[in-house]
Structures are given as structure tokens and as C-alpha cells.
Design a protein around this ligand. Structure first.
Ligand code: R5P
Length: 323
């Protein structure tokens, strides 16, 4: 059976089971929408809810001593459910989705739109070594099995153009925060050079530059290990230039650290950082400061202290269009 048909059949089975188990939901406006979210994303849930005109409802989590998870959703749900779950620290959150989506169907949901501001597992899009799992494809297939629509921001699509290919049979919207980040930067560093650390970042840097009129360029990157990155700067005059490094995601921060060091060594006046997804794991922030980075800005797609650009409005607009 074609994977797409398999997903549709699986979804139909879950829905049939849900209706058999609960019948039509009582005491709930079936044509309304519910917005479900978890406590650690409550800030974004509240602003998303404000833009959608829906009060978010919390999915309660309990983690048992052995690591198993129990979720508790509202007892009754309308047909349309918007589920906010970003996939930073992805493994635990994928299990949450694995439980939350079918549970929502059992409680009345017929159409689930997943708002996943940070969509993890998109970087492993081919088998770089024989035998490697192509995580992008398998996580995409899992999501296709669970939900009916996906809204995300700046997914790391490199060799694959469209998210619809990654999550087959599901309506997907891939937004970009590049213009919003560009506007934030332009208002603070009017003469900045927007610099992407690798060729893949050109898609975001070019969008931001086009929206703001700022100059842009990208480096060449070689990754030798999780925390071992080499950067080659483009051949331009760096003397006295304010540089803002821009990327979709900062994880260990080593990509940005090496780029910042290279820029400052080449004579750049200052280096600031602006990213969509602020993962900043481990000592990433300390390493960036030690490398001479000034400001660190990000969106609120991932909850983080550096968040200054809100993505709530664009998420809400996309949800409305998908519903
Ligand atoms: C990959 O190409 C991404 O765009 C980022 O550049 C990368 O994931 C950053 O990782 P890290 O912060 O660990 O260097």
C-alpha cells in the first residue's frame, strides 16, 4: 500500500475507534476550535491563543519514576483541535505527540493541526553513511500518521524543497521568520552585514536581506564532529564592519562561535547573532560570549531568554488558513 494511503487508513481507524468509544462529544461546541498546549510553552500558547481568539487549555503531564509518561487532556474536545508542541528536546516530545494526538481523537477531535514551531529531526535528510536512518523521512511519516495539518517555522530543509514531501498526505505550512528577524536587526544595526555560516543558510539570509536592504553573504562550513566546525569566510573587506550572524538554528553554538571568531580576526567591528530556533545547548551561550559575540537575539519559536521576535501572529494566520 502507498504510504499516503496507509496513513489515511490509520487515521480513519483511530477516528472510528474514537467515535465508537465516546460517541459525539457532549457539552462541547463541536464546531469551535480548541488550542491545547503544554506548560513549558505556555507563553507562546497564550499569545497564539490571543491571536486566534481561543483560550489555550493545558495538557497535564506526569512522568512516572521509570520514565513513562502520562498525559491528561480536557475531557471533551471539539472537532477542530490545534495542538501546540515544538520539538526542542525532541525525543520526549515525540512521545508526547504519540500519546496526545490519538487521545485527542478519542476525546472528540476530528481534525488536528499541529503547530510545531521548531520541527526537529529535519537535518538528517539523507544517509550520509551506509546504514544510517534517514530521520527526516521517518519522523515525517510518524507525524503524517498522527495529525492532519502541520504549521512550522524555518524547518531545516536542505536537499528537499517542500515539507509536503517530508510529511506525506498532510497539509503543511512552512513559515519563515527571516523577514521578521531581518527587520529586528535592521532597526538596531542599520549598516550590518547579514552573514550566514554555511551555504544552507543562504535561504534565510537572502530573505532577510531582501526585506531590509541589508548586505548579505554566506561562509563555507565543514563539520568534523558535534562540536568541531571549520568556517571559511567569503572574500570581502571585513575591516570595521558590524556583522550579524544569522541561522535557522543554534544548537551547540559552535557554528556561530567559529564564524564569530573568524569575522573578528578578519577585522569586523562587532559580531551579533540572530537565529530562529534558540536551542543553545550546554555551554553554547558562554562559548559565544567568550568568542566576542555581543547581542544574541532569537524568536520565541523555542522558549529561551534571548527571544525578542514573536512568531505568534504568523502562526495564528497560518492556522486560520489551514483550518
Ligand atoms: C545546520 O546546518 C544548521 O543550519 C546549523 O548551522 C547547525 O545546526 C548549528 O549547529 P551547532 O550550533 O551545533 O553548530
Amino acid at each position: 500500500m502507498h504510504p499516503r494511503h496507509w496513513h489515511e487508513a490509520a487515521r480513519a481507524r483511530i477516528l472510528a475507534h474514537a467515535l465508537a468509544a465516546t460517541g459525539e462529544p457532549e457539552n462541547v461546541q463541536v464546531n469551535a476550535s480548541a488550542l491545547l498546549a503544554f506548560d513549558d510553552e505556555w507563553r507562546l500558547a497564550s499569545s497564539l491563543g490571543a491571536h486566534l481568539g481561543i483560550e489555550p487549555q493545558q495538557i497535564e503531564r506526569h512522568c512516572f519514576p521509570d520514565g513513562e509518561l502520562k498525559l491528561r487532556l480536557p475531557e471533551r474536545l471539539p472537532h477542530r483541535v490545534v495542538l501546540l508542541r515544538g520539538l526542542h528536546q525532541p525525543n520526549e516530545k515525540l512521545v508526547e505527540l504519540l500519546l496526545a494526538a490519538p487521545a485527542a481523537r478519542e476525546l472528540g477531535a476530528r481534525r488536528i493541526t499541529l503547530v510545531c514551531p521548531y520541527l526537529a529531526y529535519m537535518r538528517q535528510d539523507v544517509a550520509f553513511q551506509p546504514g544510517e536512518a534517514v530521520s527526516q523521512r521517518h519522523v515525517g511519516a510518524l507525524l503524517a500518521h498522527l495529525v492532519d495539518g502541520v504549521v512550522t517555522i524555518d524547518p531545516h530543509l536542505h536537499r528537499i524543497d517542500s515539507l509536503d514531501t517530508v510529511i506525506p498526505g498532510v497539509r503543511c505550512t512552512a513559515l519563515s521568520a527571516a523577514e521578521a528577524i531581518g527587520a529586528w536587526v535592521a532597526a538596531r544595526r542599520a549598516d550590518a552585514l547579514l552573514l550566514g555560516p554555511d551555504e544552507e543558510s543562504l535561504q534565510w539570509v537572502a530573505r532577510a536581506a531582501q526585506a531590509t536592504g541589508l548586505d548579505h553573504a554566506v561562509c563555507r562550513k565543514q563539520r568534523l564532529g558535534d562540536r568541531d566546525v571549520r568556517i571559511a569566510l567569503p572574500d570581502i573587506d571585513w575591516a570595521g564592519r558590524p556583522v550579524v550572524l544569522m541561522d535557522d538554528v543554534a544548537s551547540t553554538g559552535r557554528t556561530l562561535v567559529e564564524t564569530a571568531r573568524a569575522c573578528l580576526a578578519a577585522g569586523a567591528r562587532s559580531v551579533d547573532v540572530a537565529v530562529t530556533h534558540a536551542l543553545f545547548v550546554g555551554d553554547a551561550l558562554a562559548q559565544l560570549r567568550a568568542a566576542g559575540v555581543g547581542e544574541i537575539w532569537s524568536t520565541d519559536a523555542v522558549p529561551h531568554g534571548s527571544s525578542v521576535v514573536s512568531v505568534a501572529q504568523m502562526l495564528a494566520d497560518a492556522v486560520r488558513e489551514l483550518s
